[in-house]
Design a protein around this ligand. Structure first.
Ligand code: PHE
Ligand code: ZN
Length: 849
């Protein structure tokens, strides 16, 4: 059943629920098409609430029996839930419902994946399991009994009892329903053990399906490292006797932090050198940490309502980024994060889907698990830490954990602990939570009599629903370099709080070159018309690793934009600068590999649009190709050495050092392939003994228009492995030339292994289509039509994944009238699909504007 008229929910309308829940007791009688869920819930009137309506959420449930204090009742039932008359005193609610997990393709609530029962309750999935006040501010302890003829039966908390065909679990920590989880199936444990700093022994298990045993060791080690790190850095200890992680093949997102029972998309946890790339390993380590860290930031302290989602997500992303910086290379992590933010969050923040880090309204909360909430939410915390300093930050966090443990909180609670510990007024800073859009900071300079004057101005373009923007508090880290490249002023954080502000540096012997926004100290767009000579200077001398990389990036962007708009040839400043960086063996290989990256073609389209130029995707593609070719020629002599010196002889390790070397080696191989037509890549493919090498060499071959035999061999080799097959699908579409992208994608949709109901497989293909900028945006609109066809097909099966992919169209207004008309046609076609989900309806209508 689809909703007719979607309703909008507002933050300002928040009221507490009329009842408190003292305990929840659930019994599951598992059966694929008719699982019975029996609930016994203790309610009592909430003294802090005025509205005593007893409404319980419930969707797609077949109610068999309901009783209050043992007496059977007949509640009033709608598509959203039920209402009943209840006593004005504590009472016991009992219900029996029947659900159909085998036919649950939306992957929300209780569903089945390859014969395994599994749940996903965030944000509002619990209401598909039983009738309940399914809102995060209603917290309770849970006791769960699972009856099922399966060897492994798991739920939250600690195991309390079990027998043949049943198990019982008790979770002593009060939690909201979105953290409920149940898993049942034939699973194999990779066991582990951790002793907490106060001496509590915790039994760890990573559960996988038979056949995946060889892919669980890395995840287990990452878990132990995360547990240790959270103790060392945040003083946070684990609080149950067991911690379980389960890998599941069908999952809409990356992973889920259910209390004591994290459930992971198998792509976010399973790893082996033969089947996973270095990037996969790094992502898995980060996601394991992320979900584990949620135990405190999310579970022990949760969100009052879904408008506060960034309270747990922004903070937890920030914490996992700190973890990755500590485990690997901090500058490399920071650069990755900036690349990601620009590729994913900036387009969102500067288009029709723009919304504040704390939104004020929504129709479907699933549509707000965005990069703005997560990544910009984390950036906001980074700025706060930068402004108050490390010590005050950790004091504020201690207070936060102390004061709010066991509570469902708001952003106000969060900011309050900072105001109290620092005495600082954060009311202006709070605009980061309320105001959407990416601030643009522009730079003007002046030099006279030994004084360097920096004038910074900020402005934010209007975003949907927010015409007028107020100045925000922007920490701008600045250092100054003297003419010989030495630093003459060390990094200082300038606090830009007004629309325009001037900062003076006195007593300088010569006009300095500024290094602005060091470490990417704020998630803003820096508009600085510096010369390429200055950028080349910073690329050669800046001691801030982020800005040194940024200088190279700006040079690359500048030369690409000139190539596109003025038919310029590749800039020598860029090519020479790059060459000397690559030659500098004191620099970390991973860092040198990053230096070889180019802005994405979509980013270039945005940059052109910002300058008032309508981007032509083919012209952008040609410029990027030309620059790549020129780079290959320019650094040609260095390539054999870069490649051979980065070959790793030691047994494969997915650590920062080895993966950095492989990254540089791969970048060198990609350039080499542009010169030798793929000879070296073919050799490397033949000898590859890990997936990173196999995949890079294969992609070089495909880009060179070769590799047909290798592609077929790859298929034969990996046909049995779902996660590797995702790569096989993705690679072909990503590497296709602009004219063949859509055809390649379209052909692959007919492949017997295109299991489109599996979100990973769907995203591998369709996500790669969208990511291939020039291919997706071919002038005939075939890319748009192909994507729309599949979104329309997937929507009734899995609205959440469909809606997320609709954002492929969010940048449509950048392009020419012809492309806009073609995209509008597809958006309208999706919008007019009978029975379109609430999720997709909201997305398409926001994108259409
Ligand atoms: N809360 C999960 C995380 O960030 C993400 C998620 C959201 C997973 C909704 C599933 C559904 O770790
Ligand atoms: Zn999270």
């Amino acid at each position: 059943m689809r909703d007719a008229a979607p309703t909008t929910i507002y933050l300002k309308d928040y009221t507490p629920f009329g009842y408190l829940v003292d305990s929840v007791h659930l019994t599951f009688d598992l059966a694929p098409n008719a699982t019975r869920v029996t609930s016994r819930i203790k309610f009592r009137p909430n003294p802090e609430a005025t509205d005593r309506t007893f409404f319980l959420h419930g969707e797609e449930l077949n109610l068999i029996r309901a009783a209050i204090d043992g007496e059977v009742i007949t509640p009033e039932i709608t598509a959203e839930g039920l209402t009943a008359t209840v006593p004005d005193a504590p009472f016991i609610w009992e219900a029996v419902v029947e659900i159909d997990p085998a036919n649950n393709t939306a992957l929300e609530g209780l569903y089945m994946s390859n014969g395994m029962y599994c749940t996903q309750c965030e944000a509002e999935g619990f209401r598909k399991i039983t009738y309940y006040p399914d809102r995060p501010d209603v917290m309770s302890t849970f006791t769960v009994r699972i009856n099922g003829d399966l060897p492994v039966l798991l739920s939250n908390g600690n195991p309390s009892d079990k027998g043949e065909g049943w198990a019982e679990w008790v979770d002593p920590w009060p939690k909201p329903a979105y953290l409920f989880a149940l898993v049942a199936g034939e699973l194999i444990a990779h066991p582990g053990q951790f002793t907490t700093k106060s001496g509590r022994d915790v039994e760890l298990n990573l559960w996988v399906r038979p056949g995946d045993e060889g892919k669980s060791a890395f995840g287990m080690e990452a878990l132990k490292k995360s547990m240790k790190w959270d103790e060392d850095v945040y003083g946070r200890e684990y609080d149950l006797d067991v911690f379980n992680i389960v890998a599941v093949d069908d999952f809409n997102m990356g992973a889920m932090e259910n209390k004591g029972l994290n459930i992971f998309n198998s792509s976010a946890v399973l790893a082996s050198p033969e089947t996973s790339t270095d990037a996969n390993f790094e992502r898995i380590e980060a996601i394991i940490a992320h979900e584990y860290f949620h135990n405190w930031t999310g579970n022990r302290i949760t969100c009052r309502d879904w408008f506060q989602l960034c309270l747990k997500e922004g903070l937890t992303v920030f914490r996992d980024a700190q973890f990755t910086s500590d485990m690997r290379s901090a500058p490399v992590k920071r650069i990755h994060d900036a690349i990601d933010l620009r590729a994913r969050q900036f387009p969102e923040d500067n288009g029709p889907l723009s919304h504040p880090v704390r939104p004020e309204s929504f129709q479907e909360i699933n549509n707000f698990y965005t990069s703005t909430i997560y990544e910009k939410g984390a950036e906001v915390i980074g700025m706060l830490k930068c402004l108050v300093g490390d010590e005050a930050y950790s004091e504020a966090l201690d207070l936060y954990f102390d004061r709010h443990d066991g509570q469902a909180c708001t952003i106000e609670d969060w900011l309050q602990v900072f105001e109290e510990t620092t005495g600082r007024d954060l009311s202006q800073f709070k605009r980061w939570y309320n105001q959407s859009g990416t601030p643009r900071v522009s730079v003007a300079e002046d030099w006279a009599d030994g004084t360097y004057t920096l004038t910074l101005s900020q402005r934010t373009e209007p975003t949907p629903g927010q015409e007028d923007k107020q100045p925000q508090v922007i920490p701008v880290a600045v250092g100054l370099l003297g003419p010989n490249g030495d630093e003459v002023r060390v990094t200082k954080v300038l606090e830009l709080t007004e629309a325009e502000q001037t900062f003076k540096f006195t007593g300088l012997a010569a006009k300095p070159v500024p290094s602005i926004l060091r470490g990417f100290s704020a998630p803003v767009i820096l508009e600085h018309d510096s010369t390429n000579a200055e950028r080349a200077f910073l690329l050669a001398h800046d001691i801030d690793p982020f800005n040194r990389w940024q200088a190279g990036r700006s040079l690359a962007e500048d030369t690409l934009l000139r190539m596109i708009t003025e038919e310029a040839t590749p800039e020598a400043d860029y090519l020479d600068g790059l060459l000397s960086v690559l030659r500098d063996e004191t620099l970390d290989p991973a860092y040198r590999a990053l230096m070889l990256g180019l802005p994405t073609q979509s980013e270039l389209a945005a940059a052109l649009h910002d300058k008032g130029i309508t981007p032509d995707p083919m012209a952008i593609w040609r410029a990027a190709e030309t620059l790549r070719q020129a780079t290959a020629q320019h650094v040609q002599d260095l390539l054999p050495r870069l490649h051979s010196e980065t070959l790793v002889d030691a047994p494969y390790q997915p650590d920062a050092e080895q993966s950095g070397k492989r990254a540089l080696g791969s970048a060198a191989l990609a350039l080499t392939s542009r010169l030798d037509g793929g000879i070296k890549a073919a050799e490397e493919y033949a000898h590859a003994n890990n997936m990173t090498q196999q995949l890079t060499s294969l992609s070089c071959l495909l880009r060179a228009g070769k590799g047909e035999a290798e592609l077929a061999a790859f298929y034969d080799q990996w046909q049995h492995d779902r996660l590797v097959m995702d790569k096989w699908f993705a690679l072909q579409v990503s590497m296709a030339g602009p004219e063949t992208t859509v055809e390649t994608a379209s052909k692959l949709t007919e492949h017997p292994d295109f299991n489109w109901k599996n979100p990973n497989r769907f995203r591998a293909l369709m996500g790669s289509l969208v990511g291939n900028h020039a291919g997706f945006h071919q002038t005939d609109g075939a890319g748009y039509a192909l994507l729309a066809d599949w979104l329309i097909r997937l929507d009734p099966v899995n609205p959440q994944t469909t809606a997320r992919m609709c954002s492929a169209f969010q940048t449509w207004k950048r392009y020419d009238a012809n492309r806009q008309a073609l995209i509008r046609k597809q958006l309208n076609r999706i919008a007019e699909t009978p029975g379109l989900s609430r999720d997709s309806t909201e997305m398409v209508s926001r994108i259409l504007g």
